[in-house]
Structure formats: C-alpha cells, structure tokens
Design a protein around this ligand. Sequence first.
Ligand SMILES: [Fe+2]
Length: 350
Amino acid sequence: MKKVTLDKLEPGMKLAKDIILDDGRFLLLKGFTLKERYLEKIRLYDIPYVYVENEIEKIEYFSEEVIYSETYHTVKNVMKAVRKGDDVDVGSIKETVSEIVQSIINNDNVFMKLTGIRDIDNYTYLHSVDVCIYSLIAGKTMNLSAEELNNLALGAILHDIGKCKIPLNILNKPARLTESEYELIKKHSEYGYEIVKRTPGLNDEIANIVLHHHEHWDGDGYPHGLKGDEIDLLSRIVAIADVYDALTADRVYRKRFMPHEAAEYIIANSGTQFDSQIIRVFIDSIAVYPADIIVMLNTGEIARVVESKGPPSIRPKVMVIARKKGPPVFEPYLIDLAKNPGISIVDIIS
Ligand SMILES: [Fe+2]
C-alpha cells in the first residue's frame, strides 16, 4: 500500500482504503479500481491524497463508456457551435447517436450505470445524453422500428438545442427566475424547432420532438397546449425522460431527487402531465437503481444493489456490505426494500 497525491493518481490504481468525505460520506470504497471518470470525481472534492495498492491493474475500457464519453463531447461541441451562430454538425451527431441506438438495440441495460453522473459544469450536455438513453430504452420496449428509434434518439439529444439562443446569464442564473425570464426560457422549444427545421439532414419527426417536449398530456404544457394524442408519440416519450433525468440533478433552487423519488414523481403525474401508458413502459424498462451500484441507506448501512430492472428497481433488494458507523459487516446480508417501507436509499456512493 502507498500514499498517492491526486496529481499522481492514474486509472487502474486500486484503492487500499475507503475515501471518506469530511462530512462522513463515503465517496469510494476500498478495493475499487479507479477509472478516469472517478478520478474527476475525486478531484472535485479536493481530497489531498488517497491510499492505493502497489500494483496497477490493466483497465479494460468498455465500449459503452467510450461511446458515452464521445457522445458527451459531440453534444458539447454542437451546442457550443450553435451558441456561436454556426450550423449543427449533423454528420457527427448522427454518427454518435447511431452508435447509442445500436448498443441499446443489442442490450438495453448497457448504459444504465453511466447515466446520472453529473456536476454543474457538464449538466447540460450529459442531460441530453441521458435523455437520449432513457428515451431509447423505452422506445425499444415499445417495439419502435429502427428508423423511429433513430429519430427518437436525434430528437432527444437535440431536445434543448434552442437553449443555445437564450442568454447564458438567464440560463445559469443562480436564483429563481422572474416571470419574464421564465417566459423567455420557454421559447427554447420554438427556437430549437427553427434550428432543426433549417438544418439539412434532420427531418420533421426530429423537429417535432424539439418543439413538443414540454407539452403535457392534459393540455397544460407549452408552446401549443396540445392534448393527449395530438402530441406525437416520440415527444411524449422524451417528455418523460426529460423530467425524470432533470429531477435527479442538483439545481440552484433545489437538491436533487433520488432516482426512486424521480420515478415516484412521474408516476404521480401520470395522466396529467404524462401519458400513463408510456410511464408504465418507462418504469418497466429502465433500472431506477442499476445492479451493483453502491448506495447509502437511511439506517447508515452501505449496500450493493442486487440485480434489478423494471418496477422492482424503485425499491430494490440490496446486500449490506458495510456501515457508516459501528462494527464492520463480516457477513453481508440482504434487505428487500420493497418489504421494508421504513428503509430507504438516501445517497448513491458509486
Ligand atoms: Fe426543454
């Protein structure tokens, strides 16, 4: 075991001691092999050094991680270019999106562990990628054709492209918006529609998703106040994925929802804000808590999520492996959160 300062940390190093934050929260557990994105997370918390094992493991980069990261960079470049007044680089966005579509067609669970890892700086871009992934998983379960999945993916990834026309000081305002500022932000769906419509290579289905992703099933949304089936199917899917993902991120005016709270929110708005049939498909197909992630319970127990997908993933079975305080856990034990309503997940550790 050796002590390593942050500037010397490398992917492949294996943690020899837990990384615990000043407020007692576990960031990463002993035995974990560091990957680039976790190094970024450690740097965020200003941790001076960590203990690692002497030998370095050869890291296996899974292709979904590479695809996810490439998509993030593509979205970032496209949004920055559009903000500068340049055209959408349709070629690169289509190429990266088709890789995601292909991977999800092969295995719809493949990206679930990568979604939801965000901070304030990369939120906008990763939100677009995550909305694309959730929409595709639901779309695949609904047996959409490959062409529809492609349109769905492009519409989802570009759904907020119109925000590039909103001044950054309003978009990133660290306080509640005034009524007129909110009205201006609401214009982003129409601005986005205009951008997509004038971009060769992007079709009307994609433009409609960008235009209608804030319409509500009961007619209470914007910009047109469309109701029920008047809103095209692909837009109804993206509307759910957008809100689900947005709720799980920290915002200036509220703390992030835990994934099960976001799932409960969209279920509670079934038939009013959202199409209830798509909500059923959405919850049936995504893993709210993917298998193998490490979570903190309200009891102070630290647990690994046991394989789950669909409705059981809202309150999954978990294997307790450690405690924040108290004696170590020598024999891990199972808790079924569905059968223990008093126990809940309060944080995601890794
Ligand atoms: Fe939006």
